[in-house]
Design a protein around this ligand. Structure first.
Ligand code: M6R
Length: 358
């Protein structure tokens, strides 16, 4: 039931702080995540983690890979399930597979899991739906506890996937006695994330007017960033495409000048995501380069890196967790752009919530 909300998507965006708190409650005992020891042992025995997913779940995997590499020192790669199913890379000797799927029913991902099971490789499904196909067929399951996600555009499942990946990376890193994991105060950080999400969802009016001003007319738009901000820009662009039909691209900001900047013309919206110390200045100069060619730029910046004329400032959190906040303004920009065009936000054309064909 969407209650007083006009669309499920807005309700689901607003539920994100509560989902973060629920995950803390479900997975932590005192300050430590409590996960199945057998799962951690199987993962510790692996020499490579392969993350598999589609759409938004693939994008959540891009964030997770950074966490697994940093906190567990296990090489990790992320794969689009429909690609992996038919053309596998050369696999390592002891692979461990993580399937990310909100529904647990995505046919492309299942195709990969069938292959994984034929080889008796250990696997984990991270899903919102208990006893879904991918959950039943994998060795292990971790649930997202996000509650039903009805809107076709995935929002709270994306942030829940990232939070569960962080919990798993912290637990595995602790298990392997990796100092970076031991020093990562994840439970406390997730509390900061929940409050930060609340602050962003409380600023809906501002985001609604930004959407009207910057995104209601153009046919194209760009989200740009570097590193983890680039990964978020892919998800941000998907949200905008999917429900507002603006052709949006998420782009590695340093790569723009190698060709794509030719597409920038007067009033093209370019939204920069700036949350990382090392790359903030670089992304800002890439934004300026587009501005010099007529782009209408917006910045989503972490508070400690913010400048006076930044459009949207988000609270500071650990650098690995910034996607949990930086994606929210993008979800809301997409929502209000779609709403402003009078579209059916929850049921965009040509799309189904769960893609059970290949
Ligand atoms: O249920 P899944 O997470 O496996 O679904 C994967 C994609 O179909 C899904 O994330 C899709 O990209 C969303 N509609 C994006 O908002």
């Amino acid at each position: 039931d969407k209650g007083a909300y006009p669309f499920y998507m807005l309700k689901e965006v607003d539920e994100q702080p509560a989902v973060m708190r629920k995950l803390v409650q479900k997975y932590f005992k005192d300050d430590q995540p409590q996960l199945d020891e057998k799962l951690l042992q199987d993962m510790a025995d692996a020499d490579h983690i392969y993350i598999v997913g589609a759409g938004t779940s693939y994008h959540a995997g891009l964030i997770g890979a950074r966490m697994f590499e940093r906190l567990t020192k296990t090489p990790t790669t992320v794969h689009i399930s429909s690609e992996f199913a038919y053309e596998q890379p050369l696999l390592s000797n002891k692979p461990f597979f993580i399937f990310l799927s909100q529904s647990g029913e995505t046919a492309d991902s299942r195709e990969v899991l069938v292959h994984v099971n034929e080889h008796h490789w250990p696997s984990l499904t991270i899903t919102n739906v208990d006893k879904s196909t991918l959950s039943r067929e994998a060795t292990y399951t971790l649930l997202l506890y996000a509650g039903p996600e009805i809107a076709v555009a995935s929002t709270k499942a994306y942030t829940a996937q990232i939070a569960v990946e962080a919990i798993l990376a912290k637990a595995l890193g602790e298990f392997k006695q990796i100092p970076e994991a031991q020093d990562f105060a994840l439970k406390q950080q997730l509390g900061i994330v929940a409050n930060g999400m609340q602050a962003i969802t409380d600023s809906k009016d501002k985001i609604e007017s930004l959407a009207a001003h910057y995104l209601s007319k153009p046919r194209n738009a760009f989200y740009i960033g570097r590193g983890i901000d680039w990964s978020v820009s892919l998800e941000a662009a998907l949200k905008l495409k999917e429900i507002s039909y603006v052709q949006a691209e998420g782009f590695a900001s340093g790569e723009l000048k190698h060709g794509t900047i030719a597409l920038i013309e007067k009033n093209t919206p370019v939204i920069g995501i700036v949350t990382q110390d090392r790359t903030a200045g670089l992304t800002r100069s890439n934004l300026e380069e587009t501005e010099a060619r007529g782009a209408n730029t917006l910045t989503i910046a972490a508070r400690h890196l913010a400048k006076e004329d930044d459009t949207i400032v988000i609270p500071d959190v650990d650098p690995l967790l910034t996607p949990l906040l930086s994606v929210l303004p993008a979800q809301l920009l997409a929502y209000y752009t779609s709403l402003g065009k009078g579209l059916d936000v929850d049921k965009p054309r040509n799309l189904a919530k769960s893609v059970t064909v290949q």
